[in-house]
Design a binder for this molecule. Structure first.
Ligand code: C2E
Ligand code: MG
Ligand code: MG
Length: 766
């Protein structure tokens, strides 16, 4: 056994020893009572021993630092009450041979003990009472006190043995009343749902007042033997209840406080005042039967009947209240359930997910949050309608539910955002789970009569030490955005540097927004040349941002930020209009000398906007251009983005706008893509052009050649990008490239310099 285990065992034994002592003593006293009572003080000896064990147990638990301060204070007060009872027990032992039943020397310490006991329960912290609550509690207490007082007073007056002194009678009556009051107080404390002392302990402690009440009854009304039985058994029983109560409190400490409904105890408890009234009525009837005239008796019977009716009526409304309370509790439970789950999918919602994650974190259990976002869900919702969107989300939730393994908790955080709580903290199993769940979402979904192919991106963040559930979720969110950025249908594991990137991007995005408003953007035009004739053929519009303090910001830096923040939509709209306006100007200035078409880059985010086709048409008609004057450059990744984007591209093609596949060869270039798409131009990526001149990189060389052949077969225009030398020009031309652009021929130029090239073109000018 290890050291902490031994300590734990010792602690448990420490709780058990007083219980054993008190119980053994009580049994011994019982045996003494039943077998031979001739040596009186032997019987009385049990009282102080059992009570000392009780005091010891209370003292031990009161020193338990793991308990809250009010609970410790409660056990300390109990200990003090126990000391008073112990004093009374010692006095009783000393006077054992002088047995006159009731003695003030015994009664007074007992009474003080009782008052301390009541105060211990009364001072337990509970919910704040309202004024009405206080009045109700006082009324209940007063009813019980008056009734028990009357009964005891009558019993003491009538039934006590002849020689009982006045002080003794009063003490007996007060102890009896106090016992009943204590019972009420303990009951109320135990019935409190948020009771801080272990409820089991409170219930066991109720044995003390029950012993006091029955004891008093026996003391007053019983025969000699029962009076003796009480004198020697009541205190040991109280001692046992202290010891067992302390033990239960200790056990509750190591098990964690259980939450139990207190409603049933509460309704029983509410009956106590009525019991008191009924008992008093019984007393009145008994007394009146013995001592009154028939007229007086009639009045009394009438009064008792009326009291009975009032009690019955009260009981009825009490029952109604209890039923209403139960209904409210049921509703509350239902509301709680609803508040913690998502109404569409039935999965746990964000609140529930956050709570479960926080729970694992605080229990130091391994946990990883995985955030899954359905790419382009908004588009589906916009085009197919919210009902289809809901259906899709429901099916996604079903798949997640089916493919989650034991211990994993899927949840819907809202919109198209799902999450899974994984019970692991290592990278490998978390990534395996991500792969498994994303794969589950890769199969087509049937919505109505449509089959939809979804892509989802996932971010994985382990719960690292010291991070809250919110922070872990935020990390997963950041990782998910990184996954979206890295190309879709993938997962990314969170790394701390991503957080800084995120902050930088957010800052850049807000500055870019201002930049667009303040007109800090402008366009440059990179000429595209005919490699055979050497003449100007076209131009690509490239956006530039001149930031007032940062200076020149490269599009490679701000375009991705614009895409992520959605700013690309207004930015792209401005670029499109500006580029078309410029072409219209050139065409009116240089006529046939001007280029025929302008190339404009379009981000996938723009293509996903429902009104994009209309916007293009409007710009063309506003600037007086025809669709043949415009070439939109899109990347391969946007072409595979989804059927919505494909439809947009198809509509543009049908309008007569030409489409160029930009950076061709770098993405997931597939031949079927080219066949399925209305593509007009292939732009070979610069990286392949780079590899051409040195002739070292045979792979790239082969790709460059293949793309040229492919373009020829499919009757597409092939344009080589990023040409930086004459040698590259020669080889590309030999391969079959008719057009090219690059710093070797011209860098991106301001509009007037580009216009000057058009004016200088002899053939066009003629
Ligand atoms: P892209 O569409 O592939 O544009 C070609 C890029 O290659 C341009 O960079 C151009 O300046 C650069 N380039 C051309 N010839 C050479 C060369 O010989 N050597 C080298 N080293 N580079 C050359 P830029 O202007 O920095 O643009 C980068 C990317 O930003 C563009 O790649 C495009 O994807 C994006 N972009 C630029 N303007 C826009 C815009 O208005 N809208 C959208 N959506 N994206 C834009
Ligand atoms: Mg381009
Ligand atoms: Mg390019």
């Amino acid at each position: 056994m290890s050291a902490p285990e031994t300590a734990g065992a010792r602690q448990r034994a420490g709780g058990l020893t007083p219980v054993v002592v008190a119980v053994v003593v009580t049994i011994a006293v019982l045996v003494w009572l039943l077998v031979d009572t001739s040596v009186l003080y032997l019987g009385y000896l049990g009282n102080p021993i059992a009570m000392a064990a009780g005091v010891f147990a209370c003292q031990r638990i009161a020193r338990e630092v793991r308990l809250s301060r009010p609970v410790r204070a409660f056990w300390r007060r109990l200990e003090h009450a126990g000391v008073c009872l112990l004093v009374g027990a010692v006095v009783a032992l000393l006077r054992a041979n002088n047995n006159t039943g009731l003695s003030p020397y015994v009664g007074v310490p007992f009474l003080i003990g009782l008052v301390l006991l009541i105060s211990a329960f009364l001072m337990l912290p509970g919910p704040k009472r309202t004024a009405v609550g206080w009045i109700r509690a006082l009324l209940d207490g007063a009813t019980v006190a008056v009734a028990s007082g009357l009964i005891f007073w009558y019993a003491v007056l009538d039934l006590a043995p002849e020689g009982t002194s006045m002080v003794g009678r009063i003490a007996a009556a007060v102890i009896g009343m106090g016992g009943i009051l204590l019972l009420v107080v303990i009951g109320k404390a135990a019935a409190r749902r948020e009771s801080m002392v272990a409820p089991g302990a409170l219930r066991v402690l109720a044995a003390a007042p029950i012993a006091a009440i029955t004891g008093n009854m026996l003391l007053i009304a019983g025969d000699d033997w029962s009076r003796l039985a009480l004198s020697v058994l009541a205190v040991p029983l109280i001692g046992v209840s202290f010891c067992v109560g302390a033990l239960i409190q200790r056990r509750a400490l190591s098990a964690g406080q259980p939450q139990e409904s207190a409603l049933s105890h509460r309704s029983l408890l509410n009956l106590l005042p009525f019991l008191a009234v009924t008992a008093t009525a019984g007393l009145v009837i008994t007394v009146s039967a013995q001592e009154m005239t028939s007229r007086q008796r009639t009045v009394i019977i009438g009064a008792v009947l009326i009291a009975g009716f009032v009690v019955a009526r009260q009981l009825l409304s009490l029952r109604e209240n209890t039923m209403a309370l139960k209904g409210i509790q049921r509703q509350q439970a239902e509301l709680e359930r609803m508040a913690l789950s998502d109404s569409l999918t039935g999965l746990p919602n964000r609140a529930r997910f956050g709570a479960a994650l926080a729970e694992r974190i605080s229990a130091h259990q391994p946990a990883t949050a995985m955030l899954i976002d359905v790419d382009d869900f908004k588009m589906i919702n916009d085009t197919l309608g919210p009902a289809a969107g809901d259906q899709l989300l429901y099916q996604v939730s079903q798949r997640l539910r089916e493919r989650c393994e034991a211990g994993e908790m899927p949840a819907r955080l809202g919109g198209d955002e799902f999450a899974v709580l994984l019970p692991v903290d290592e990278a490998e199993p978390a990534e395996a789970a991500a792969a498994r769940l994303l794969l589950a979402l890769a199969d087509p979904f049937r919505v109505g009569d449509q089959m939809l192919l979804l892509h989802a991106s996932a971010g994985i963040a382990p719960a690292d030490t010291g991070e809250s559930a919110d922070e872990v979720l935020r990390n997963a969110d950041i990782a998910m955005y990184a996954a979206k950025e890295s190309g879709k249908a993938s997962w990314v594991r969170f790394e701390p540097r991503m957080r800084q990137d995120m902050v930088n991007h957010a800052r850049l995005a807000s500055e870019l927004q201002n930049g667009i408003i303040r007109g800090e953007l402008r366009l440059l035009y990179q000429p595209v040349f005919d490699l055979v004739t050497g003449r100007l053929h076209g131009a690509e519009a490239l956006v530039r941002w001149q930031h007032p303090t940062r200076g020149f910001v490269s599009p490679g830096e701000f375009i991705p930020v614009a895409e992520r923040s959605g700013l690309i939509v207004p930015l792209g709209a401005w670029v499109l209009r500006e580029a078309c306006t410029q072409l219209a100007r050139w065409r009116s200035s240089f006529g046939a000398g001007a280029i025929e078409a302008i190339n404009v880059n379009v981000a996938v985010r723009q293509l996903r906007e429902a009104g994009f086709v209309d916007e293009v048409a409007a710009v063309l008609s506003d600037t007086g251009l025809v669709p043949a004057n415009l070439i939109l450059e899109v990347t391969e990744s946007s072409v595979i983005d989804g059927w919505q984007v494909r439809e947009t591209l198809q509509a543009l093609h049908e309008m007569g706008v030409r489409l160029a596949l930009d950076d061709f060869g770098t993405g997931q270039s597939s031949l079927s893509l080219l066949r399925a798409f209305p593509v007009d131009v292939l732009k070979l990526d610069k990286s392949f052009v780079d590899g051409i001149a040195d002739g070292e990189d045979r792979g790239r060389l082969a790709v460059a050649a293949a793309v040229a052949q492919l373009a020829e077969h499919l009757q597409l225009k092939a344009v080589a990008e990023g040409i930086e030398s004459q040698e590259q020009v020669d080889r590309l031309r030999d391969m079959g490239y008719r057009y090219g652009q690059g710093f070797f021929m011209a860098k991106p130029l301001p509009a007037d310099e580009c216009g000057a090239l058009m004016a200088a073109d002899p053939v066009r000018a003629a």
